[in-house]
Write a protein of this length. Structure first.
Length: 132
């Protein structure tokens, strides 16, 4: 489902950043871009999530806010990574991104997962009550 898909995509991105840190070669960087392509599959998953939970009158606003927030975060992270690469190395900068994103991503994904689980439990309770 959505929950596991997003967790797997983040894990793939995290692993690719660690691999680039450990293996300093051109093929490793090419593989990282392939993993990024897989991670970009999150857009349809997030879009489907928004479509199911937001009414049509507000859907485009939420999608636009999501896009702007993603771009703002990406600009901040990439600019910081560039400064880190100048100060230390590209590998150190990539490792910093991986380690810095880990607690934030885990917190957000686990919180979102709990929300999804509680919604599913509520739906199950309603179904059971309707059957009685």
């Amino acid at each position: 489902g959505e929950k596991r898909s997003l967790m797997v995509m983040y894990a793939a991105m995290f692993i690719s950043l660690v691999v680039v840190f450990l293996v300093q070669s051109t093929p490793a960087i090419v593989v990282q871009y392939l993993i990024y392509a897989v991670a970009d599959l999150q857009s349809p998953i997030v879009g489907g999530y928004i479509n199911r939970r937001v009414d049509s009158a507000h859907r485009s606003t939420i999608a636009a806010i999501s896009s702007v927030m993603f771009t703002a975060i990406l600009v901040t992270v990439e600019t910081s990574a560039g400064f880190g690469a100048e100060a230390w190395s590209i590998q150190g900068s990539v490792l910093l991104i991986a380690l810095g994103s880990l607690p934030i991503a885990l917190f957000l994904l686990l919180t979102w997962g709990r929300l999804i689980d509680s919604e599913r439990a509520a739906v199950r309770r309603v179904r059971v009550l309707k059957e009685l």
